[in-house]
Design a protein around this ligand. Sequence first.
Ligand code: HEC
Ligand code: HEC
Length: 326
Amino acid sequence: MKKKRWPRIFGIGALVLILALGLFIAYAYLLLPDVKLQDITAEQTPGRIERGRYLAHHVAVCMDCHSTRDWSRFSGPPMAGTIGKGGEIFDEKMGFPGSYASPNITPYHLSTWSDAEIYRAIVSGVSKDGSPLFPIMPYPLYAKMDTEDILSVVAYLRTLPSIAHEVPRSTPTFPMSLVLHFIPEKAQPQPVPAPTDTLLYGGYLVNAAGCIECHTPVEHGRIIEDLAFSGGRTFQLPEGLLTSTNITPDPQTGIGSWSEEQFVTRFKVFLPSQYSLPTVPPGQMQTNMPWTMYAGMDTTDLQAMYHFLKSVKPVQNMVTRFKPFK
Ligand code: HEC
Ligand code: HEC
């Protein structure tokens, strides 16, 4: 008699587990993400639009991902006439769990969105219909930006020429399709530090610019905080394997021996007024670092970023920047 009871208890146990799992999944799909819309509007003032343009093109580089990049030229500058049009694909071939397309962020797509909805998408990764966005767009970093800065970007987006361009919806694969529901969180805005407070101000810009995303190795899709800015993240480009460099202050393998001027010049040479970007023949080094966009940053902002990066923990890590596929 006793022997028979165990299978039944296991059976009930398994049933309870399956039920709990089902409830958990239903909870995630039906009730998450749970990020409420804030009562905010982005009134369009000239100052805001100008600040928004600066951030969208040169700091947070929204237009790096939401425009069509000209990969025949070094660092893939965004092409004129495609600003905000979307349609860049990030898929499994590049190591992403699914296929993600950058949406159109010109008024063609966003004119029916409220300012609060656009704000929430940028800082929390929740689309207008409440669905979660994949953090290819570094919204956990934008979440720490000054609300006024994000509203400036929103005000600027409203001024973009509308481009009629339909973008396919993203299709995350399981289990990412489930995990995504747990990622969006409320923004934790911090005010822009005073520019005289160089380290804090530089840190604010480095966060907004997403440098950490590309310049830190990842494990299971997450950056390894302990190795922040030490480089070594790899990207499969058609031309070869690209690896981000070490931008910690390590003197041998990082930027420890760079002067402030060297650092600033490394960016400023990519200004269109200084330099005509070469085309990249097959097999030659190509990069995804949006040099031409960051080159438009104010010199004082680049200097502040330099001082912040010189203050982070040095990590020794020598990388080979580019290995062409033969
Ligand atoms: C590294 C690439 C990248 C950067 C930088 C980036 N985005 Fe995105 N953005 C994306 C991708 C990809 C998606 C879609 C994600 C998905 O479908 O899961 C997206 C989604 C959005 C959405 C939601 C649209 C919708 O229909 O749901 C908005 C709005 C948006 N981005 C605006 C911005 C703004 C403004 C910035 C700059 C502050 C920015 N993005 C920076 C890649 C990027
Ligand atoms: C989309 C990914 C990406 C982003 C975002 C990015 N980088 Fe890079 N960066 C790279 C890659 C890849 C390289 C190596 C190839 C090259 O030199 O272009 C690189 C190279 C560099 C170098 C040259 C280092 C050397 O030893 O020559 C510096 C300096 C640098 N990045 C700083 C930054 C800073 C500061 C930020 C943020 C403002 C940033 N990067 C954002 C990908 C990125």
